[in-house]
Every structure is written in structure tokens, then in C-alpha cells.
Design a protein around this ligand. Structure first.
Ligand code: ZN
Ligand code: ZN
Length: 216
């Protein structure tokens, strides 16, 4: 039985939850969404004593992907995700970063992710859900065995991702959450891109953006 562990490292002026995720049995790890502040990420890797095997990206926004190219060069590991619909964001990270004062380089993932794909990490298997809306290429990674998900900026505790950025689509976002995430089950705990963790059950019952049917 794999045992999933995670350490959250807030990075960039956006306080993005870069997550060091690992399989406790094998100590194999992934850095999820290294938006920047690589010093802090390096420190967390050293403290945890894990071996980083890959970088995972939930979507192409600067606060999530800005440091991915540098970290890939440094660690010599592949980048997996997001869905290719976010290619336009990853191609322009340098210009976008300049606007926010975040040093960044463009990155082309070694593997784009599609609905139904799986990502492995030691003995851990993560299922890929393509969840457009916040960005067109956003993906959610779910361990059904461990009842755990990484949702990026799709869903937050008490809120949902913004949809006013290029490629955003409010109706698609709510459909992604209601059709793909909520059916996974109330007991799924998730780490999101910003703010505290929550569960799908808590959000189904209390998140103001998910009440009522009118948005469908
Ligand atoms: Zn985002
Ligand atoms: Zn974000």
C-alpha cells in the first residue's frame, strides 16, 4: 500500500502552493507547480530526504509554471502536464513574468496530459482529469486509492478559479467541477493552488459557487 505525503511550499508573490508530493514507501517525489522561488523548493526537497523523479504542472499560469524550466535543467527530470491547450501560456511565460516581476522561462513539457492518462510516482498512481475553465489546459490529478487530489486553480476552499484570464470560461469551469470532481466522492481531500486544503464534500455542501443548478 503506497502512502502519499505532501509538503506545501508557498511561492511567488501570488503565494502559490507549490507541492512536494511523494510516495512514502519508495521516497520517489514530484514537484508540483514550481512557479518560482526555487531556493525554497530546494530546501524542502533537502529536508524531506526524497528523490525527485518528475515535475508536474496543473496548468500554464506564471505562478505555477514560471520556475519549471530552470528546475528541470537543475534536476534533470521530465515535466509532465498540463493539457496541451495551455501551450500558449507556457510559450509566453517570460513576457508574462516580466509583467509581474517574476523571472521565468518558457517551458515545453516532456509529456502533455490528456483525460484518462495516468501519472506514476513510485507505487502511487494518479489519474488525469482534463478540467478546463480556469485555463483551457488545466488538469486535476487524483489518487483514487489514497483519496487525494491536486486540483490546481480549478477549485478552492470556498471559491473557484478565476475565469477572466485568456482562455477562461466560467461555465466550463463549473461543469468541470460538477461533472468530473464532485463524483469522485465527498471524502477526497485536495490541495489547491492557493489557500488551505479542503475536501470535495465540504465544497459540495458549502462552496457558494457550486450551489444551485442554474449555471449548468
Ligand atoms: Zn491559475
Ligand atoms: Zn494560481
Amino acid at each position: 500500500m503506497p502512502d502519499v505525503r505532501a509538503a506545501i511550499i508557498p511561492v511567488t508573490p501570488f503565494q502559490q502552493n507549490c507541492t512536494l508530493l511523494w510516495c512514502e514507501k519508495t521516497k520517489k517525489a514530484a514537484v508540483v507547480d514550481p512557479g518560482g522561488d526555487l531556493d525554497r523548493i530546494r530546501q524542502a526537497i533537502a529536508q524531506s530526504g526524497v528523490s525527485v523523479e518528475k515535475i508536474l504542472l496543473t496548468h500554464g499560469h506564471i505562478d505555477h509554471a514560471g520556475g519549471a524550466a530552470d528546475l528541470r535543467d537543475e534536476l534533470g527530470v521530465p515535466v509532465e502536464g498540463p493539457h496541451e491547450a495551455d501551450r500558449f501560456l507556457l510559450d509566453h511565460l517570460e513576457e508574462t513574468g516580466r509583467g509581474y516581476g517574476i523571472p521565468a522561462r518558457p517551458v515545453t513539457p516532456d509529456r502533455w496530459l490528456n483525460e484518462g492518462d495516468t501519472v506514476t510516482l513510485g507505487d502511487l498512481t494518479l489519474d488525469v482529469l482534463h478540467c478546463p475553465g480556469h485555463s483551457p489546459g488545466s488538469v486535476v490529478l487524483v489518487s483514487k486509492a489514497e483519496r487525494f487530489a491536486l486540483v490546481g486553480d480549478v477549485l478552492f476552499q470556498g471559491s473557484v478559479g478565476r475565469t477572466d484570464l485568456p482562455g477562461g470560461d466560467g461555465k466550463a469551469l463549473i461543469r468541470s467541477i460538477k461533472d468530473k470532481l464532485l463524483p469522485l466522492g465527498d471524502d477526497i481531500a485536495f490541495i489547491c493552488g492557493h489557500g488551505p486544503m479542503s475536501t470535495l464534500g465540504q465544497e459540495r455542501q458549502t462552496n457558494p459557487f457550486l450551489q444551485g443548478e442554474e449555471l449548468l
